[in-house]
Design a binder for this molecule. Structure first.
Ligand SMILES: CC(C)(COP(=O)([O-])OP(=O)([O-])OC[C@H]1O[C@@H](n2cnc3c(N)ncnc32)[C@H](O)[C@@H]1OP(=O)([O-])[O-])[C@@H](O)C(=O)NCCC(=O)NCCSC(=O)C[C@@](C)(O)CC(=O)[O-]
Length: 314
């Protein structure tokens, strides 16, 4: 913690990154995958289309996982085939194995993401194999993606805590992240799956990760279970991280991480970035309308503070 100086955030070191801030909107995938009631394909498509209109450049639209494991995502093909693709926006999807990659490719995804964990137990619960087995399974996905010029993102889950194992050592995160980089993942998203991280633990983790991996290819994927997500993102910015995952209206949760709340709300992240003078190019007012649309469509409380404030104001 000796090197952690939050005041740094306001200096020019961060300001110069302003042109490179990348928001990965994960609402349609991470946000909806845990909903008990099946959300109609029509609603999912409308959500993605409306998010595109907010000028979000990266939207994780669905996941090509087993419908036996995550029934909510079983309409992945229809979703990808029905959305309006906005020029300049990339539409990605999770693909845990070659079968998923082939379907994703046939559905014309722009990018795929493979997902490993820093916790053995979570890996078993989430994808039914060990961490090393999962990395072995991703290799043919990366080879096939490379052949088709499809960029592959890599997630590492449970980087700040596991619902089954508790605390996770930063060295376990580094070991998995390094292997994913060497396999060819162009970006590594560090997932605080259960939202237990604080600026202190995020800072410690990033200090270790950034020893061997450049901050240019690290993303933060924060859930907001303990209300620390924005502070953790600010910590990431301070370390030169410029890629953040978020979910409109704070939708979300992982089916294999009981009790974890949604992702940090996209509206809240954009509001904070705007306040720091870091322009992501996203239309905040329109995004708040999308948050209200999806919250009322699936009968869920809008978990974005900014979304609620804008609604009350208007
Ligand atoms: C990985 C598997 C498939 C292994 O599951 P398995 O049961 O070990 O695999 P399998 O190969 O034995 O296949 C079982 C059945 O699924 C089918 N299958 C197999 N693969 C696919 C596929 N791609 N698409 C469609 N179907 C598939 C396969 O054909 C077979 O069907 P059957 O012969 O029984 O009729 C399974 O465990 C799975 O799908 N898990 C996904 C779990 C998931 O999506 N979790 C949530 C996402 S991760 C997350 O949220 C964290 C993250 C990324 O957001 C970051 C963070 O917050 O930390």
């Amino acid at each position: 913690l000796k090197t952690f100086k939050p005041a740094l955030i306001f200096n020019t070191r961060v300001q110069k990154f302003s042109d490179f801030i990348k928001i990965v909107e994960v609402g349609p995938r991470d946000g909806l995958q845990n909903e008990k009631e099946i959300v109609s394909t029509e609603t999912k498509v409308e959500l993605i289309n409306r998010l595109s209109e907010c000028n979000l450049k990266f939207i994780e639209a669905t996941s090509f996982v087993s419908p036996k494991w995550v029934p909510q995502m079983k309409d992945h093909e229809q979703v990808m085939q029905t959305i309006n693709r906005r020029k300049g926006t990339k539409y990605s999807a999770l693909a845990p194995n070659l079968k998923g990659f082939k379907s994703a490719l046939a559905s014309k995804v722009d990018e795929v993401a493979v997902f490993a964990a820093a916790s053995e137990t979570f890996s078993q619960k989430n994808i039914n194999c060990s961490i090393q087995e999962s990395l072995k399974r991703f290799r043919p996905v990366l080879d096939a993606a490379n052949e088709h010029n499809i960029p592959v993102r890599g997630y590492v889950s449970c980087v700040l805590g596991c619902p089954y194992e508790g605390k996770i050592k930063p060295s376990s995160v580094v070991a998995v992240a390094e292997q994913m980089v060497s396999m060819g993942c162009y970006e590594i998203s560090l997932g605080d799956t259960i939202g237990v991280g604080t600026p202190g633990s995020t800072n410690n983790l990033l200090s270790e990760v950034l020893h061997s991996i450049s901050n240019e290819i690290i993303a933060l994927h924060c859930h907001d279970t303990y209300g620390q997500a924005l502070a953790n993102i600010l910590t990431g910015l301070d370390k030169g991280i410029t890629v953040f995952d978020s979910s409109v209206a704070g939708l979300g949760g992982c089916p294999y991480a009981k009790g974890a709340s949604g992702n940090v709300a996209s509206e809240d992240v954009i509001y904070m970035l705007n306040g720091l003078g870091l322009n992501s190019g996203v239309d905040l007012e329109q995004l708040c309308n999308v948050g209200n649309f999806i919250s009322s469509s699936i009968n869920r409380r809008n978990a974005s503070k900014v979304g609620q404030a804008m609604l009350n104001k208007n």
